[in-house]
Design a protein around this ligand. Structure first.
Ligand code: GLV
Length: 390
């Protein structure tokens, strides 16, 4: 019989959208070479030319993470998918994870731990603050977890958690260390092997400037051993690291069909990683520091204050700015969008309505983009009734 629901009229017109400057917490704008790569012809997900590209992605992630881990690959999904993968692979039912929560990422990780039938013990700090080694050691001693989670680049609270010494503590208490660096990797120094991180993940759409949809991840030998010696199957088929490692050519092979790799997204990720390699990690870290300081100075000159007071722990990639009394944050963001096509975001969780968030990442990490966002922001403020100090 004939279809009774007719084809939607909207699909007969081309998509229509403006070019925007994405200065929120991500996605950030993708450079033309990345967008160009994602428009290349498709290959099959097990074709040798494609598995060669996967090998290049793997090496690019090893560089970006500063790791020699064999189990290094990209999850087919956003950073949340990598978070799910960390939980699904590294915990068995009933096990205890210590979750450091100073923003929404700790909250989400704890939620995933519980959904997997495990126990999330929390160490909690207000957004905008970071954990000390002493607090972490107390938590490890008290809760005796098999895994600890901490967020390196908090995009909701705007902090960059110092990682030095945490890996050693986790080893002392025989626990795996999982680090979320979705909103910091490439913009903040990060050394997976030296910092003794057991599972590290990031996302494609932040500093790497690739479309959302792939998430670099890596597992240390200790983490790998945990996955390989589990008494139960990994609860997720899609995120099973044993299968993914095989598909990514991280074992003796041959590669098996596990799922259909997101071909175009992997091309884009490859180009995002290539760009980071060409810029160089040290240079990229320095650029993010400089551009974020330019932003911070500009904001402070407007008489506004930043959520994170301690300069040493500010995440250069995402800056939360306190909304002053009497100003409607959304009106300012709408002004910037309407007049400059510049995205400025609002707060998440308990900071919703209380902060703006401006992102400085990858391709958008340039002095001229900072000037542009400051101009759009300051004009928007004045337009919404704010009176900057003389
Ligand atoms: C996403 O990472 C966000 O912080 O909004």
């Amino acid at each position: 019989s004939a279809p009774t629901i007719s084809a939607p009229e909207c699909l007969f017109h081309p998509m229509d959208f403006p070019q925007k400057i994405l200065m929120g917490p991500g996605p950030s704008n993708a450079p033309p070479r990345v967008l160009g790569a994602s428009a290349l012809p498709l290959l099959g997900h097990l074709h040798p030319e494609f598995t060669q590209i996967m090998d290049e992605v793997k090496q690019g992630i090893q560089y970006a993470f500063q790791t020699q881990n064999e189990w290094t690959f990209a999850i087919s999904g956003t950073g949340h998918a990598a978070m799910e993968a960390a939980v699904a692979n590294l915990l068995e039912t009933g096990e205890v994870a210590l979750v450091c929560e100073n923003g929404i990422w700790g909250q989400r990780f704890a939620d995933m731990v519980e959904r997997n039938g495990c126990v999330a013990q929390k160490l909690t700090l207000p957004m905008g603050q970071v954990f000390s080694l002493q607090q972490i050691e107390e938590g490890l001693k008290t809760h005796k977890p098999v895994m600890m989670f901490i967020t390196h680049g908090e995009s909701s609270g705007g902090t960059a958690q110092p990682l030095e010494g945490i890996g050693a503590l986790c080893r002392k208490y025989n626990c795996l260390l999982v680090v979320d660096s979705v909103a910091a990797m490439g913009g903040v120094p990060l050394f997976m092997d030296k910092q003794e991180i057991d599972c590290l993940y990031s996302g494609s759409q932040k500093v790497l400037g690739a479309p959302p949809g792939t998430a670099p991840i890596s597992f240390s030998q200790r983490a790998r051993k945990k996955v390989e010696t589990r008494s139960s199957k990994v609860r997720s088929y899609y995120f099973d690291a044993n299968e993914l490692a095989n598909y990514w050519g991280c074992d003796a092979g041959p590669r098996r069909y596990h799922h259909t790799g997101p071909i175009s997204s992997i091309y884009a990720l490859r180009e995002g990683l290539a760009r980071l390699a060409e810029v160089g990690l040290a240079e990229s870290w320095a650029n993010h520091k400089e551009c974020s300081e330019q932003l911070h100075q500009g904001v402070e000159q407007l008489g506004l204050s930043l959520l994170v007071k301690d300069k040493a722990v500010r995440n250069p990639c995402v800056t939360p700015i306190m909304v002053p009394q009497g100003v409607a944050w959304k009106d300012v963001a709408d002004y910037a969008m309407k007049n400059y096509r510049v995205e400025i975001s609002g707060g998440l969780g308990e900071l919703a309505g209380k902060v703006w968030r401006i992102g400085v990442m990858g391709y958008n990490c340039t002095p001229d983009k900072i000037r542009l966002v400051l101009r759009a922001f300051s004009e928007g403020l004045v337009n919404c009734g704010y009176k900057p100090p003389k």
